[in-house]
Design a protein around this ligand. Structure first.
Ligand code: ATP
Ligand code: MG
Length: 578
């Protein structure tokens, strides 16, 4: 493990030593599987019967955008714990902010969770509990623990002080309970404008924890809510609502990311004052990935500024983007398992995510030959209509996967980069002095002529095709050093292939102030007129293949019967970062 960029004491960036992980992929038997720190807490609670025999978790997204791979970590963790311990997991939409939320996102999030392979036991919305939460606010007011404050938002924030300097108490702090209840009811009734008043907890303006310095509990927002419509014009803050939602649902372990650790005293305080079921908040490190932006708000900006083609652009780290890119739920779950759960922030090398999908597709994707940048080759010793046929295995990693027929005709295509007229000594593919083997055909081709076009560029090659036994029989022939893929003109299929590179050029995006300066201008390359072998004629959307020697590709949703479109999922080997 190596450390770099000790930016501040809270955020040390550590890179996983990818190779070490990749070399230790054997599954441990279930009994040997070591527990992560949250599983330890859960097992201990079960032993002491803290919540009886119950384990109840929840995944609480805010419906203000689409889920990303970071959320997938949280989903695998929460749903995974429920599954391991025979418990339940709720899907709860944290919809306390009417301005940024929308039903489009609710539907997108549900689809993503299901696609990842999880089914919630209950689906709830924070807005289901608005009435109850309002009641809890009244309880606090009656206990003298909350008050209506009329300072402006700027004044409130100026009076809050700093971690080393105590805050200043609001002049409205000691209002009577009667007055507070009356104002609170009138806030709800819509008598005041946005920002005119807020409800604040009365805790401690000198606390070293800033979140305990009379935090705001309710604010006025005359806004339409995607579920409650215009029923409310006051909305609870995230901090006020979240613990109550957990409590109402009987959550036992409320798992969130580390930045909420400093909110935990407030979470606990609110629940203790109202005297209701007390879930335990547990924080874990959020997922950060190299070359990847991981915030709904910033991903939204990419979409709105048209720097990508929508939330499901295959370059996006959203679940929708990864799905369209050809990632599988199994690969994402495998990735979540490998990165584990820790209590220290770090950054994971995106190569590890690529490793997980490569492993999955290696086992499960059928093979095919596709020439992405074709160079025409005429096999001069083939007759005009002569066709030979070869059998090629569909998937050598899968027993009994069957075979496909690969035809060879007078015209074939090879990859432009597999021929060099003036190679150096490290080039082993086709050149004037070096024949090459055609994959699956037990046939060598030897260059006879290079045909140039009027601009002097290579237009086509003329080659002689020699069956392998004949070639080997002649001991004067040069040794064959490479086998290349190819596609014959006969029955070939044309397609567009979209080749992706990283969306960003900077590994640690937390160090970049303006993300637009880190965008990779070459993150998408569209190749047209690619030549595919006949077995790919009737592919279906979402199907994945290994294009031999090139990588894993899947059929894009833009694909039609007559105009096939493929996406590069991942190359065969990790060529970056080495
Ligand atoms: P974003 O800033 O991307 O919108 P968020 O935390 O505000 O993220 P929520 O919808 O509030 O998004 O998150 C739902 C759940 O997913 C929370 O429990 C949150 O802790 C978790 N989560 C969000 N991002 C990550 C991440 N990068 N790694 C792990 N868990 C995450
Ligand atoms: Mg959020």
């Amino acid at each position: 493990m190596w450390l770099y960029s000790q930016k501040n004491e809270f955020f040390c960036v550590l890179m996983f030593e990818i190779e070490a992980i990749m070399n230790h992929t054997e599954e441990k038997p279930a009994t040997e599987k070591s527990l992560n720190f949250i599983e330890h807490i859960v097992e201990n609670d079960l032993k002491t019967e803290k919540n009886g025999t119950r384990v109840h978790t929840r995944f609480p997204p805010e419906p203000n955008g689409y889920l990303h791979i970071g959320h997938a970590k949280s989903i695998c963790l929460n749903f995974g714990l429920a599954k391991s311990y025979g418990g339940q997991c709720n899907l709860r939409f944290d919809d306390t902010n009417p301005i940024t939320e929308d039903t489009e996102y609710v539907e997108g999030i549900e689809a993503d969770v299901r696609w990842l392979g999880f089914q919630w036991d209950n689906k709830f919305y924070a807005s289901d509990y608005f009435e109850q939460i309002y009641g809890y606010a009244e309880i606090l007011i009656k206990k003298g623990l909350a008050y209506i404050c009329e300072l402006t938002p700027e004044e409130i924030s100026a009076n809050r002080g700093t971690p080393t300097k105590a805050g200043v108490e609001s002049p409205y702090r000691n209002r009577s309970v009667v007055e507070n209840l009356d104002f609170f009811a009138r806030m709800r009734a819509g008598e005041f404008a946005d920002g005119e008043k807020v409800l604040r907890a009365k805790i401690d303006m000198t606390s070293p924890n800033m979140h305990l310095r009379d935090p705001i509990l309710y604010r006025i927002r005359h806004a339409h809510h995607h579920r409650t419509g215009n029923a409310w014009c006051i909305y609870p803050t995230y901090d006020f609502a979240h613990g109550f939602c957990d409590s109402i649902e009987g959550i036992t372990h409320s798992i969130c990311t580390l930045e909420f650790e400093v909110h935990r005293p407030l979470y606990d305080w609110l629940i203790e004052q109202v005297e209701i079921h007390h879930p335990q908040q547990i924080e874990f490190a959020r997922l950060n990935l190299t070359y990847t932006m991981m915030s709904k708000r910033k991903l939204m900006a990419l979409v709105q500024n048209k720097q990508v083609n929508g939330w499901d652009d295959p370059r996006m780290p959203t679940i929708a983007g990864l799905r369209r890119r050809g990632y599988t739920p199994a690969a994402i779950q495998d990735f979540a398992e490998r990165i584990g759960v820790a209590r220290r922030d770090g950054i994971i090398d995106v190569a590890l995510l690529e490793f997980s999908i490569r492993e999955d597709l290696n086992k499960n994707a059928n093979r095919a030959m596709a020439v992405l940048e074709p160079l025409k080759v005429v096999l001069t010793n083939f007759e005009e209509n002569e066709v030979k046929e070869f059998d090629a295995v569909l998937n050598p990693e899968k027993e009994n996967s069957g075979t496909r027929k690969v035809p060879m005709s007078r015209v074939i295509y090879i990859e432009r980069e597999d021929f060099l007229e003036n190679p150096d000594k490290n080039f082993f593919r086709l050149s004037p002095s070096q024949p090459v083997r055609l994959k699956h055909a037990s046939t060598m081709i030897r260059l006879q002529r290079v045909i140039l076009n009027s601009q002097g560029e290579i237009e086509e090659l003329h080659c002689q095709a020699i069956p392998e036994p004949d070639y080997q029989a002649d001991k004067t022939n040069p040794k064959i050093k490479a086998t290349i893929h190819w596609v014959s003109e006969h029955n070939s299929v044309e397609a567009e292939v979209r080749v992706y590179d990283r969306l960003f050029t900077v590994a640690d995006l937390s160090e970049v102030e303006d993300y637009t300066t880190a965008l990779n201008p070459e993150s998408l390359k569209v190749l047209k007129g690619c030549k595919l072998e006949p077995s790919l004629k009737n592919v279906k959307q979402g199907e994945s293949f290994q294009f031999e020697r090139k990588g894993y590709f899947c059929v894009d949703k833009d694909s039609t019967e007559n105009d096939l479109v493929f996406n590069l999922t991942v190359t065969l080997k990790d060529s970056k970062g080495k």
